[in-house]
Ligand binder design. Structure first.
Ligand SMILES: [Zn+2]
Length: 286
């Protein structure tokens, strides 16, 4: 009897040790990086591979991402995936990226798009270089995915890219804990997610901006990211209840996605309980 008790105690200790050490020793972070909200960026040619200043700003984009990575590592991260999320997704300079992060670059047909690579093994998501949704008057280079989108809403909630990307992370119960971009996107994510930390890289005045120095942006990102990740219990995954009904308003109509309905000039709806299917419809009709 006594021997059985000792064995049982040993098993319980082993199990509690395993449970205890699991989540605490692992901190896996997903960083999705866009370009319009990066320090200093104001015009379309600075974020287009055909523009003269593109190379300069893609370097700033890369080192701004590095600041987030340094912040993540300071919080004890064990694994970091960086998703290049802008345009052709080949902006971040691989050789200048912090060596502790893996880089997911290039475009696929998958509906995750800027969130490609996210899954339930991640503990937190960060957005760097993000911008406000289409129609935001003061937003720097404000748009929603393509210049063709007037508005995208899901279940009645009008969303920026940060909004639907957070919903994709929410499918895997992963919260977005930090966003860097202009003051307008920072305001929009706070309204949507409630608890989320932000760094305002610039104050947007539409076609002008008052920006922080890129070095100042980097030091703020580093400090904020570390403090966000040290207190993950504050944040909740962003979710809406299925089924998901998308209302998409566009300037130029594309081919109707199977199952979608045209509800007016340039206005379409699509409903599914599979959110990635809704994202696929959005990507095909945007
Ligand atoms: Zn974008």
């Amino acid at each position: 009897m006594k021997k059985a008790m000792i064995i049982l105690t040993m098993i319980l200790v082993a199990v509690s040790f395993a449970c205890d050490s699991g989540p605490k020793e692992k901190l896996k972070v997903f960083i999705s990086v866009d370009m319009e909200g990066i320090a200093g960026v104001i015009s379309g040619r600075e974020v287009s591979s055909r523009g003269n200043d593109y190379d300069y700003f893609r370097e700033i984009m890369t080192v701004e991402t590095n600041a987030a990575i340094v912040g993540v590592l300071a919080a004890g991260a064990t694994e970091i995936l960086v998703r290049d999320g802008h345009g052709a997704k080949t902006n971040i300079l691989p050789g200048l990226l912090h060596p502790k992060a893996k880089l997911l670059r290039g475009v696929t047909d998958r509906p995750e798009n800027m969130m490609l690579g996210i899954d339930e093994t991640f503990d937190a998501v960060l957005f760097i270089g993000y911008h406000a949704k289409a129609g935001t008057a003061g937003g720097v280079l404000a748009h929603t995915s393509s210049g063709n989108v007037i508005d995208l809403s899901i279940n009645g909630v009008s969303l920026p890219e940060a909004g639907y990307n957070a919903l994709i992370a929410g499918l895997y119960d992963v919260p977005v804990v930090f966003v860097a971009g202009d003051n307008w996107i920072c305001r929009q994510v706070k309204e949507l997610f409630g608890e989320v930390d932000t760094v305002e890289t610039k104050v947007g005045m539409g076609t002008a901006e008052l920006g922080l120095h890129p070095e100042e942006v980097r030091s703020q990102i580093m400090a904020e990211v570390t403090s966000s990740l040290r207190d993950l219990s504050r944040f909740k995954p962003y979710k809406l209840l299925p089924p998901y009904t998308m209302v998409l308003k566009v300037k130029k109509e594309r081919d109707l996605y199977p199952g979608a309905e045209k509800t007016g000039k340039g206005e379409f709806t699509f409903t599914s309980s599979d959110f990635l299917k809704v994202m696929d419809a959005f990507n095909k009709m945007k």
